[in-house]
Design a protein around this ligand. Sequence first.
Ligand code: SF4
Ligand code: SF4
Length: 341
Amino acid sequence: MGYKLSNEQVNELFQNLKKDYRIFAPKRFKKQGRYSDTDIIRYDEVDMVEDIVYKEKSHYSAKEVLTPINQTIFYFTEDEFKESKLKDNRGILIFLRPCDINAIERQDKIYLENGFEDFFYKRIRDKVKFIMMECVEGWDTCFCTAMNSNKTDNYSMAVRFEDDGLLFEVKDKEFDSYFIKRPEADFQVQFIEKNQAEVNVPKIPNKEVLKKVKEHPMWKEYDKRCEGCGSCTVACPTCTCFTTMDVMYNENANVGERRRIMSSCNIDGFDQVAGGHIFRSTVGDRMRYKVLHKVYDFKERFGENMCVGCGRCTSRCPQFISMTATINKLNNAVTEIINEK
Ligand code: SF4
Ligand code: SF4
């Protein structure tokens, strides 16, 4: 069923929804951007429709709602531990574009379908429902169509932002009661069909080609360019790497809390193991690992690319390393390797 609500009516809707749900959406944080006097757009709780930034792409994704950058997972004393509690037991509604809904589905695969269920992810994921923000134009760094993440039907409601209000499609019957006596309207969600950027995702046919891809000189270029800062992975809606840290409350090392902290396969030391061995010692090696995970390894395991083509990594990279260009370069390398046989 479709409805057209003025901004005032949307704000009334929000007040009613907030009795049962926290509402998250992209929000502007003034003067907190990378450069002086620039803003950052990231996900946070919103109270009013005017808080939602929909005309610009958010710099960071909604993954922070499900997996905060810094999260206490349990508290410990000398001989016992206690899991942390959720601070709010209401449901969670998140405004997301189609690519970002697909990204959370990718995260589900890692946290819930990878041989075990992550308790801390699941307890919050079970509360989440999606409000899809229609996205028909995208930006110059987007390549969602190449990643099949430009469409989804996984949402409870969908919205189109108009100058004088919002069009709603309500798919989930749980929300019907919030729209009683609201003006009905025809609304058919549309999706982007073509991005500005063209990306050719390589098909690596076998392990022999894969081995040569790993040894290809293209990765050496990143030894010079990539700083190993991890900005790309923090912004990425599909990256899930984390580390843990124990915080002690006093000089007694047996009393404190364990935190899960977002980390990155791109940073120095992430893959260092006991004995000091490092699996990927150069930034080029780490770049290769990340890119192949995005467009090959994950697909081998789960049947679809991990990358959803949101382009945030390109936008956040201080060295202007473009994911679009990197995947196209990888595609050229794979073609070259196949043809030389
Ligand atoms: S790798 Fe880059 S383009 Fe792909 S999902 Fe992550 S941030 Fe988006
Ligand atoms: S943001 Fe750029 S420089 Fe930093 S780790 Fe990623 S690719 Fe390298």
